[in-house]
Design a protein around this ligand. Sequence first.
Ligand SMILES: [Zn+2]
Length: 692
Amino acid sequence: MKKHCLSIGLGVSLLAAGQTYSQNAVNVPAAGSQLTQVRKVTINDPFWSPKMELWRTTTATDVLDKFEGKHLKAEEQAKNNVFENFDKVAAGKKGGHAGLPWFDGLIYETIRGIGDLHPDAALQARIDGYIDRIYAAQQADPNGYINTYTDLMEPTHRWGDNGGFLRWQHDVYNAGMLVEAGVHYYKATGKTKLLEVAVRAANHMTALMGPAPKRNIVPAHSGPEEAVTKLYWLFKENPDLKTKLNVPVNEQAYLALARFWIENRGHNAGYPLWLTWGNDQSEKWVKEQKYKEISADARPAWGDYAQDSIPVFQQKTIEGHAVRATLLATGITAMALESHMPEYMQTAGRLWDNMAGRRMFVTGGVGAIAHDEKFGADYFLPSNAYLETCAAVGAGFFSQRMNELTGDAKYMDEFERVLYNNVLTGVSLSGKQYTYQNPLNAHDHTRWEWHSCPCCPPMFLKMVSALPDYIYASAADRLYVNMFIGSNAEIGLADNKVAVSQETGYPWNGKVVLNINPEKTGAFSVHVRVPGWARGIENPYGLYASDLKQPVAFKINGKAQKVTLENGYAVIRREWKKGDRVELDLPVRPRVITANDQVKDLKNQVAIAAGPVIYCLETADNADLDALQVDTKSPLALQYRNDLLNGVNVVTGKSKNASGKVTSFTAVPYYAMGNRGGKGNKVWLPVNPATR
Ligand SMILES: [Zn+2]
């Protein structure tokens, strides 16, 4: 494992201004096409509910225990209890920081994730205890500055000043994750203590950073852009909340800070030259503050690695460190949602099109290259690619926001792909083992108990805890069903309130029942996403293709109903009354996926999917994995196996190897890989030449 979360690295200048990009940018959404998330949704689902319970209890506790060092020998624990960093700062100590500089951020992300999973009273009390310690640490500084690494190890280098190195120290990133945690924990619990810490930190940053005469400081790791936008939204939606806090609130200043951070990327000294100088020399140049020789208010360039080589609105392709890139794109999309400024809409659309159309793996993963954990070139999609769990989460957040912005279902298609196939892979069925990289084909890939850079479990918790918010959406008199997850929701429409309950066997079968119960009988439309995979559109830009195409049948109150498709949604507009029932049956059956011819690494190979789930072959089921060649003329069969991997569908088929030997193979969902000790897994499978 390379130390890649180390968030420093060679920036490669791929973002040439003026590059042409042939795909059309997103259509600027018409007024009213924007969606609103439906919150306070309860999940009640045979696939998701047991997992949610596991993560809320076992995984949440395991992550906190490991951040306390409890998995280590007694003598090692004290040095590795990350929470003690806050106690040391509160006590005015110096030195002895446990973990890497961005561990404060990981703690805040964990608090956000666990809070949103609604833990029991004991676990909530444990979180509140941590919040007391974070609060005390911030109280040590009169301005509200808080970053335990910088305070303990490099106290004269706050924000990278005086020869510090912001890209390594993560001052802004950590503060951003604090802000996000404060907002989420307040919304989940109604408690304001962490929110006050967050507002104090945000106030400090708004006073310090911005257009001249303020300081030119931008996050060297994205995430804070969306976080302060969420802080703005919280007070915009709840103006009375301001009076309940013991700190002043200026929500407009938070929005302005987010804009500054986004728009000031690429506005730097133009140095150091990460590409030609290498990391060491570039870091040295920054630490010696040579950029001050260029101009008094200059800041160093954080490179393509941190999306800082050219201004954001000039970026044609999604580049650099994949977690940073997807989180920046999420922040840009959030700002587009708020502002409707065309530059934001077009930039978000362009980056998404490039990501989904040319740089996304069949599991939805992104970030092909291990070195710098970055995006590769267009169509560089090798089966042994890096694909960090955190980058999958970032891609998912980006796609979900794009759906909110545009009302187009294709973004939820790709959200669903990455959720089931790369995010879900991040935690084992035991709830206590994790993945960092998620290569599609590997000989030696195993899950780990804990990592020197445990960034992925907190990001995983952030995504799965937000899932209830992503099932439904609304706009005016339109109700949207985005995800097929058993659930109950109350959805406010223009002049009506609608209780919706959903029952489904998804992803193992395609049966979905929606019970629609409006408060009063009335006309409105229900928009049900019909996934691209169910309509022969494996990818919106033809990056992948499949052999499945069949109409999806809808019934209303037991009678077949014709539906029209708009933006990927089946639209049912009618007069709805209590007790109405919509049924659909999505074609969850095995299908064979091929990659676009432009993808050189995947020629003559196929992947297998059924419904939203991508399958893989493991050595645990297929002893001769290396010799297998799929006989694509032989049919594939799908079967639910209760006894395997906590209950999964398996796909079986025939292989004919090079010597003509015929065997059968068994494929399991990729998300369940690595739970049975075996090390080899393959998503992309060679095809026997005689059966092509
Ligand atoms: Zn990670």
